[in-house]
Design a protein. Structure first.
Length: 386
């Protein structure tokens, strides 16, 4: 076995395997974790990213599947070094790169006065992001006729890894601790959809107000479009800096098949909501999550991305990862070549429009760990300015 000549170097200008290509392969093929002590800080189930572990290559931190069916057969393995914070990434047994991974944050050792561990209220995502699902229940979950077929929001609740509803005071308390002890740089708050017409905007606003009373860390809120778009102004006034409204799929046919409940809110409403939200939050501060590999063609995703970008919305395109114990657990992940071409196309659209993940104040697009899109932006920007 030749381990002396790596295929990739974070410092090399002409590595055999470029960073964007390596990220695409890792996020679509997954990673086999070679450590008897287990993967350490990782996550199974939940609202997402699920069945992943955060790893860092150079300055780029990404979420890589390690608990999925595909990852069990991945050509990539990680052999952990003695100190437990670094590993050698191998492809078919040959060294590719040295990687590192975040240690358990200090705020995980704390708890509320009533005995709830902080890690049940909010989790570390990637390296410096605090994420929480405010409502761990959803009106669409649990019924095949309405549920998103990829969603595992109820799994972590069933496993008692979280609580059903986090109060604004709890989230503010944990956020303050995470910022103070662990240097958290921004917060992502998502929610299951409640029965109320605000579709979660009200509880997100209450949590943002509580966070603002304790710290000035940037916050993203994520929910379905509220029935009354006046909620956008209320959310912004509460302290939410960036807004995420996630399409997941971009064609009505795929939406009806994969997420029949969410498809009851048509694409036309989403685009009207995007336009109104950008007027409130600003260009580049509204984003949407698009899961590539659910059935939408690359052309459809690129066409929708172009339309979103024209409105000032950042399309965060992510490879679909099939999660265990969901209806889509055997659905194949998209290939690395598929994702590479698609992300190059989206990065080019962003560059030509002057939108960048670096300008997003908070949220998934700014973090970028669930996709290789962020890693492709610099090259696309060079081409756009050539």
């Amino acid at each position: 076995m030749n381990r002396s000549l790596p295929l990739f170097s974070a410092t090399s200008r002409s590595p055999t395997l470029r960073l964007p290509e390596l990220l695409a392969e890792l996020q679509t093929l997954g990673l086999r974790w070679q450590d008897e002590a287990g993967p350490g800080l990782a996550r199974q189930g939940g609202a997402g990213p699920s069945d992943h572990k955060a790893i860092s290559l150079g300055n780029q931190t990404i979420m890589v599947p390690i608990f999925t069916r595909a990852s069990a057969h991945s050509p990539y393995t990680a052999r952990v070094s003695g100190e437990g914070t670094r590993a050698t990434l191998e492809r078919h047994g040959r060294a590719v790169a040295e990687i590192s991974f975040p240690e358990e944050p200090r705020f995980y050792s704390l708890g509320t006065k009533d005995g709830i561990p902080y890690w049940k209220i909010a989790r570390l995502h990637a390296r410096d992001v605090l994420a929480t699902t405010v409502l761990q229940t959803c009106i669409r979950y649990g019924h095949r006729s309405t549920s998103c077929q990829f969603c595992a929001i109820g799994q972590s609740l069933a496993a008692k890894q979280t609580i059903a509803e986090k109060t604004p005071e709890q989230i503010a308390e944990v956020t303050h601790a995470a910022v103070t002890l662990d240097g958290i740089r921004h917060v992502v708050m998502t929610t299951g959809t409640p029965r109320t017409p605000d579709r979660g905007a009200a509880v997100l606003s209450a949590c943002a107000e509580a966070i603002r009373a304790r710290t000035d860390v940037p916050v993203q809120g994520q929910c379905e479009p509220p029935a009354d778009f006046a909620w956008f102004g209320r959310m912004r006034s509460s302290g939410i800096d960036s807004l995420g409204m996630h399409l997941e799929a971009v064609t009505e046919e795929v939406r009806r098949r994969i997420m029949p409940g969410k498809a009851e809110v048509p694409l036309s409403v989403y685009f009207e909501a995007f336009e109104q939200a950008v007027m409130v939050f600003g260009r580049g501060q509204v984003s949407t999550y698009i899961l590539a590999g659910l059935g939408d063609s690359p052309e459809a995703i690129l066409e929708t991305s172009a339309r979103l970008i024209e409105l000032g919305v950042y399309p965060f395109v992510v490879p679909f990862v099939p999660i265990a114990n969901t209806p889509l657990e055997r659905h194949p992940a998209p290939g690395a070549v598929f994702m590479g071409h698609l992300l190059d196309g989206v990065a080019g659209l962003l560059a030509r429009a002057g939108l960048s993940s670096l300008d997003i104040k908070a949220g998934c697009g700014r973090c970028g760990a669930c996709s290789g899109l962020k890693a492709r932006e610099p090259a696309a920007l060079e081409v756009a300015h050539a």
